[in-house]
Design a protein around this ligand. Structure first.
Ligand code: NAD
Ligand code: UD1
Length: 338
């Protein structure tokens, strides 16, 4: 069984990807410092797949700890690097913390891959690298824009660091995955997104309002230049997103990849109001909401062209939105004990 190191594998996307990897026959070892996740995610993963992933509790910014762990797992054929801090607002307040965590963890990972001859890396990038795009949908050729937050900057920098590393060391192969807006949870309701404190992102806010944890959803602006005036995003089911990592690894194993970049979205934009209505229709739960001011820094509209991932990776977003909504709600009900 091919072994994959999953940095940040206890987190939201990492846990779903671990499930997908195990189901596809990969052996997974997770490296995570649990700064934004919980140890019992390992139990939940093993309840879903019947396999408990190996676990190393470590901070990827700790070079010695990384070296020790990589030496124990030097038979791995690849790394998926999810480990990062991701709260955009917090990154503006604490830039050093974000640069240190997100950049150093990547540098250590690449250095250990070189040291232990581990050839493949899949990296979690983001649609944030496109800023406010001139043309929609965005393709991988669309220009990158300077990010408006240190978080976004770390994604642009990380892509550059990986490219330069691959150029200097052709034994390393990389796939950069630019995620659009991941939402939903595993159909079992056992794993999902665990926002700590007040959620910044739309979907966890919606499910918390539905659960009665928050009084109402604040919709940030209804005066955008879009058909209904609300912001538009490309919401991608987290299970579909997880499958893309398996597809990327299989692609790298078969083909001589240098650096490849893929947008991961559905190819369809949905407005905030459309998402709210889809949640209500799928769950039967009415969502109280209010229209408030625009959120500074918000992109009015963005959605992906994912044709390249469809063609090269044979990957498609296939989960119907209704199912994604039901899974998100099932997860929230489990977390809240409803
Ligand atoms: P998450 O916070 O749920 O998961 C990240 C995991 O990494 C957590 O388990 C955390 O404990 C761990 N981690 C963080 N820093 C670490 C370190 N220094 N050492 C070891 N472990 C560390 O986040 P997520 O939503 O699963 O995001 C995964 C990746 O995808 C991140 O790189 C994020 O920037 C990127 N991304 C996420 C989204 C999104 O909307 N969720 C969108 C685009 C890109
Ligand atoms: C945000 C980040 C982005 C990051 C992504 C994933 C910003 C400006 N962008 O993207 O860099 O990669 O999260 O972590 O923070 N909305 C509401 N009410 C809410 C929450 C959100 O109306 O309570 C709206 C927003 O205005 C937006 C949409 O819902 O139009 C989606 O918001 P969100 O889930 O935060 O994602 P992004 O802004 O796309």
């Amino acid at each position: 069984m091919a072994k994959i190191i999953v940095n940040g594998g206890c987190g939201y996307i990492g846990s779903h990807t671990t499930v997908a990897l195990q189901n596809a026959g990969f052996e997974v070892v997770i490296f995570d410092n649990l700064s934004n996740s919980r140890l019992d995610t390992l139990d939940k993963i093993s309840e879903i797949t019947g396999i408990r992933p190996e676990f190393e509790q470590l901070d990827c910014t700790d070079k010695q700890a990384m070296q020790d762990a990589f030496s124990r797992h030097n038979d791995a054929i690849g790394v998926i690097h999810f480990a990062a801090l991701k709260a955009v607002g917090e990154s503006v307040e604490k830039p050093i913390m974000y640069y240190r965590n997100n950049i150093l963890s990547l540098l250590n990972t690449l250095e250990m891959m070189e040291k232990f001859n581990i050839p493949n890396i899949v990296f979690s990038s983001s649609a944030t690298v496109y800023g406010i795009p001139d043309e929609l949908p965005v393709t991988e050729e669309s220009p990158l824009r300077p990010a408006t937050s240190p978080y976004g900057q770390t994604k642009i920098m990380a892509e550059t660091i990986i490219r330069d590393t691959v150029t200097a060391n052709p034994k390393i192969h990389a796939v950069l995955l630019r995620y659009f807006n991941p939402i939903g949870a595993h159909p079992s309701g056992k794993i999902g997104e665990l926002p700590i404190g007040v959620p910044n992102n739309l979907m966890p806010y919606i499910t918390q309002v539905a659960a009665g944890i928050r009084e109402r959803l604040n919709i940030f602006g209804n005066d955008y230049d879009t058909p209904d005036g609300f912001c538009i995003r490309d919401y991608i089911d987290v299970n579909d997103l997880a499958e893309a990592h398996v597809a990327a690894l299989n692609h790298m194993i078969k083909k001589d990849v240098t650096v490849e970049i893929y947008n991961l979205g559905t190819g369809h934009g949905l407005s905030v109001m459309e998402l709210v209505k889809a949640f209500e229709a799928a769950t039967g739960v009415k969502l109280p909401y209010a229209i408030t001011a625009r959120r500074p820094g918000d992109v009015p509209a963005i959605w992906a062209c994912s044709d390249l991932a469809n063609k090269q990776l044979g990957w498609y977003a296939k989960t119907p939105l209704e199912e994604t909504m039901r899974n998100a709600w099932k997860w929230q009900k489990n977390v809240s004990g409803i």
